[in-house]
Design a protein around this ligand. Sequence first.
Ligand SMILES: [Zn+2]
Ligand SMILES: [Zn+2]
Length: 335
Amino acid sequence: MVLTASSWITPTPQGIHLPGADVWVDPSVPVGRALVTHGHADHARGGHGQTIATAETLAIMALRYGVAEGAHPLVLHEALALGDGITAWLAPAGHVLGSAQVVLERQGERVVITGDYKRRPDPTCLPFEPVACDILVTEATFALPVFIHPPITGEIARLIETSAANPARCVLVGAYALGKAQRVIAELRRAGHTAPIWLHGAMEAMCRLYVAHGIDLGDLRLVSEASKEDLEGQIILCPPSALNDRWSRRLPDPITAMASGWMRVRQRAVQRNVELPLIISDHADWNELTATIRELSPAETWITHGRDDALVHWCQTHQLKARPLDLVGYDDEDD
Ligand SMILES: [Zn+2]
Ligand SMILES: [Zn+2]
């Protein structure tokens, strides 16, 4: 079968462009019309004329950028005609609250752009929905065989045990403010940790947004309103940038932890002075990436976002057509 999709969908360094409809997916620069997969800063930029996304992603963008101009909410599975005969709809990606895959259809061909995704259950968002397609545009953040994320239950158990074993100290967990922080909190609750969880001020608004969208995070309190004694034996969440800065000096002898897929790499933990590395990722690991490509068995796989060489090679050894896309502007904000 010869696909014509390459004529109506064009990968550019600034994002994926549909030239006939003049719509972009996750563009890294302001454009007239953008489809945005989710709220992380490397996908959701402000300043577009129109932003088409889930209501949750639009709420996250409004919180982060303070604007809701040109917001076009799209309900999951609801078809939207973009022009040039292209129809778009969204399917859940299982990455963070509101995260979606973009499904594009034209003349019997279907392209799925995963955005960031994972296949593990996450109490803070809908699970990834596999959508069969001709071209799969997949992320590749952790696309090396060394990246196999362990079950989250074990990582959360180590966090709770460390806290319980150190009643005079606190455990300070570095976690990204959108997605990772709320998932860690929700998993702590699921593991039976009912004590207050303390937040750095930079985490508060996003946690409130999750709660407003029906995600139960339990008793959350602000570090700024606590005494040093209040925080003994407690779990505190902060942005990774606050782990080693002046802010943490007022805490009771903190044990430094970090929740990230990168904690698989010892050197990354050492760089941040992390004593308790927690391998918790909101991205597909190597097994999830390859299993998903196998499951969807697209005619072509386009690979974005980082370590594409290994995944291109894996596709080729499995007789699957693959090509790397050189998109700019992606970073490690979300991991
Ligand atoms: Zn990303
Ligand atoms: Zn992301």
